[in-house]
Design a protein around this ligand. Structure first.
Ligand SMILES: Nc1ncnc2c1ncn2[C@@H]1O[C@H](COP(=O)(O)OP(=O)(O)O)[C@@H](O)[C@H]1O
Ligand SMILES: [Mg+2]
Length: 486
């Protein structure tokens, strides 16, 4: 490696009620993938945003190639050669891909744009249609446009903040390869993630943040247990816990018969799917993203029309019922994108709960919230701040708590742990197991291990069709992976 590219010395950042970064010192070398790892709310995004000129630090020094700098805006950051891609693509939806790419880009830099587009397309295996409006792109394509856009300024440091969260597994592994290649030419990546395995797979060095402080920096080859211990401190626990003995099954909760559901462009995304779920069950539906899971979930809760087939809930045909009616009958829903579909970012925790539970008795809501926070810790400066200041993981926890508090009979949860660090994910899985004791759960997850660890039965979705459900004893990782791509 070729010496230090970026150095932070005693950088602190305070938000009302929370010290997000507490005298952070770290170095990013030239030509390294440096992972910044920490649980939800550890201060990772804050650090990334300080380097990208979104926030000014309250204290401390930042050096680029040994020279002290101030980074008052993202524009300054880019001039210094620092670019950032986040979990949420920051694009203008009504403009085309090309218009987005050249927006704000100096003429001198446009020449290289085609080369960058070609390179990224090739590495990730995705073609980009430059004339398409951005709103018509998939999440993966939008994320790719963001990546190209940030690469267009020829950065020496690329900050990637939880960029893989919503990517399908195959694209994710290609992105890892892209990142490793990217740093071969004297450029560096600060790879922000809450996933330990991801950090260990991709990084030359890993810095662990806990509650705003650097607790350790490791070289490649460190064992996962040491990292876990550093990340979670005294909340470190052993493994994922074991399955409880199979619970006795009760009454039928949901029956889905020959269900066909159309996608956004009128194509059949769910093709004649049938399954049922009883009290006491967790049905885990796994598969590669984009194989109809989202459309199926939306049809179950009533957000998407059913083209053919029938949904019966607690013995009643609800196929044509609107979501509100299904919810009042006892369905709960945690969507993939909670910020878009489940919570209001302008409202605080209590207001969000009030909306869901239909009561404005805030003292009672506070009590309910406290009782769940005991099970799933949420880090907020206060439950009275608008949710927009919270990290994605904490938003996801609040969306889950809101549904739990409704005491729903059937909880439909889409990738409920993907934004969560291991300890929080573990808590959420336990909570889902508890829901199944008084009702049923359908969990959509792209994580095969999670499906196997959580599901009492497991189904695989592939091109709109469902394989299974299988009992846990009938299936293993290899068989699931075969069904996912067959
Ligand atoms: N703009 C903001 N206003 C107030 N508090 C914030 C803001 N941004 C982050 N925080 C708080 O700072 C802490 C660190 O957040 P963040 O850097 O997003 O964590 P991470 O990315 O590691 O999940 C959290 O407690 C979060 O609620
Ligand atoms: Mg973050």
């Amino acid at each position: 490696m070729g010496g230090s590219l970026i150095e932070l010395i005693n950088v602190s950042k305070r938000f009302p009620g929370v010290l997000a970064l507490d005298r952070v010192s770290m170095r990013i070398e030239v030509s390294e993938v440096h992972a910044l790892l920490g649980e939800n709310g550890a201060g990772k995004s804050t650090l990334g945003k300080i380097l990208f000129g979104v926030y000014a630090p309250d204290e401390g020094v930042i050096k680029v190639r040994g020279r002290e700098v101030r980074i008052p805006s993202p524009r300054h950051a880019m001039k210094l050669g620092i670019a950032m891609v986040s979990q949420r693509p920051q694009l203008v939806e009504d403009l085309t891909v090309w218009e987005n790419l050249v927006l704000g880009l100096g003429k001198d830099l446009r020449r290289d744009l085609y080369r960058t587009i070609d390179e990224v397309s090739r590495e990730l295996g995705i073609e980009l249609d430059l004339d398409k409006p951005v709103w018509s792109l998939s999440y993966t394509e939008k994320q790719m446009v963001s990546l190209v856009k940030s690469l267009a300024v020829n950065p020496c440091l690329l900050i990637m903040d939880e960029v893989t969260t919503y990517l399908p597994n195959n694209v994710r592994s290609r992105l890892y390869e892209f990142v490793k290649k990217f740093v071969e030419n004297g450029r560096s990546v600060l790879f922000i993630t809450h996933r330990i395995r991801e950090a260990l797979e991709i990084a030359d060095r890993v810095t662990v943040l806990r509650k705003g402080r650097v607790v350790a920096t490791y070289n490649r080859g460190v064992d996962i247990d040491s990292v876990r211990r550093a990340m979670f401190g005294d909340r470190y626990w052993n493994g994922f816990g074991t399955h409880e003995k199979t619970v006795a099954l009760g009454n039928m909760v949901l029956t889905v018969s020959s269900l066909t559901v159309l996608g956004d462009h009128g194509e059949e995304k769910v093709r004649g799917v049938s399954f049922d779920v009883r009290e006491g069950e967790i049905l885990a539906i796994t598969g590669i993203a984009g194989n109809g899971q989202r459309e199926l979930a939306e049809a179950l809760i009533g957000l998407r029309r059913v083209a053919r087939g029938r949904i019966t809930f607690m013995g009643i045909d609800i196929t044509r019922y609107p979501p509100s009616k299904r919810v009042s009958m006892g369905m709960g829903f945690v969507p993939d994108d909670v910020a878009k579909m489940s919570v209001s970012l302008e409202m605080n925790v209590y207001e969000n709960m009030a909306l869901r539970l239909g009561t404005t008795r805030f003292d009672a809501l506070a009590k309910v919230f406290e009782s769940y926070v005991h099970e799933i810790p949420v880090y907020t400066p206060s439950p009275k701040v608008p949710l927009k200041v919270l990290s994605g993981g904490n938003l996801q926890k609040i969306a889950i708590i809101k549904e739990l508090a409704s005491q729903c009979k059937l909880l439909i949860a889409c990738n409920p742990t993907r934004m969560l660090d291991e300890a929080s994910a573990h808590r959420v899985r336990n909570v889902l197991r508890n829901v199944a004791k008084r009702g049923a759960v359908i969990v959509f997850t792209e994580d095969v291990e999670e499906a196997l660890g959580l599901g009492t039965r497991i189904a695989v979705m592939n091109r709109g069709t469902i394989f299974g459900p299988y009992h846990r004893e009938e299936i293993d990782v290899a068989k699931i992976e075969e069904l996912m791509v067959s």
